[in-house]
Design a protein. Structure first.
Lengths: 141, 145
């Protein structure tokens, strides 16, 4: 099964890194699209019906990750897409708000590539093959 | 304020190692001087609202971008370098709150541009570190609500 992913983060550098980690992880990836805040993510999803996973930062301008989750879960077309939230803080408040609104899992920045892959596969219910894990910096296994 | 800065120092060292493969050391005194210094600030609101401002030397900023993105620095466009710095500040400030078990609210980091001179004076409300011999400064200032 190809995974079509939308990555949402206000940092272009973080978007670049998450895309790279996913591409090098060995995950069977289809289309990867990116958005810089929740509003942009909702617009992208209008033309991305095949999307079957969303990774979103929580702390963003315009529309943050919690507000995005509320919108996603309110719409029939997007409410079943699993959402992994990415945060720098482990604050109970922000993170638990996201989990209460239907986030499937969370990742903390910075996260090792192996962990990103593992959380994505677990969220999608796909069995992990550790032999495909690659370090994005060195290309080493 | 002092407790926050004391907690921030090991956070900076850890995050630089994890994200950028750079290993800051404590400086014997405040560094500074002429050059290109990138400024990035983030506000933290809550019980003790404050602003953290980071001053990155040009060489440090370029190495951070190169190591984080895994690209040759000559191929990295300027806006992406400031974006890497903002992301670094976001992660360091977020991990600071996490380590302090603080439920304050982290703002969105802002890139404040460059300056040509960083003064060499010390203060109780700043941290001075060295990254590959280049000064890295962080100042903490209270925000009046």
């Amino acid at each position: 099964m190809s995974i079509h992913i939308l990555i949402v983060d206000d940092s272009k550098a973080a978007l670049f890194m998450f895309e790279k980690i996913i591409q090098l992880s060995g995950i069977d990836t289809g289309t990867i699209r990116k958005a810089e805040n929740g509003l942009e993510a909702l617009a992208v999803l209008e033309t991305f019906p095949e999307c079957n996973l969303i990774l979103t930062d929580l702390n963003m301008p315009e529309m943050n990750g919690v507000q995005l989750l509320e919108q996603l879960k309110a719409k029939p077309l997007t409410r079943d897409i699993p959402v992994i939230v990415i945060t720098t803080e482990g604050r109970d408040g922000f993170l638990s708000q996201a989990m209460e609104r239907g986030a499937s899992a969370s990742l903390r920045k910075p996260s090792r590539p192996e962990l990103v892959k593992s959380v994505i596969l677990k969220t999608l219910g796909v069995e992990e093959d550790a032999s495909h894990i690659t370090d994005p910096y060195t290309g080493d296994y | 304020m002092q407790a926050t800065l004391q907690t921030l120092t090991p956070v900076i060292i850890d995050i630089f190692g994890d994200m950028f493969f750079l290993f800051p050391e404590e400086s014997q005194g405040p560094g500074g001087g002429r050059g290109v210094w990138h400024r990035v600030a983030v506000d933290i609101s809550g019980r003790s609202p404050c602003r953290l401002t980071f001053f990155f030397a040009e060489a440090t900023a370029l190495t951070m971008a190169e190591n984080y993105l895994g690209l040759d620095v000559e191929t990295i466009k300027r806006p992406l370098i400031s974006d890497v710095l903002k992301e670094a500040v976001n992660v360091m400030a977020g991990n600071l709150l996490n380590r302090q078990n603080d439920d304050s609210i982290l703002g969105i980091p802002a890139y404040l541009g460059t300056m040509e001179q960083l003064d060499g004076s010390g203060s109780e409300d700043q941290i001075d570190l060295l990254v590959d011999g280049e000064p890295l400064r962080v100042t903490l200032s209270p925000i009046k609500v």
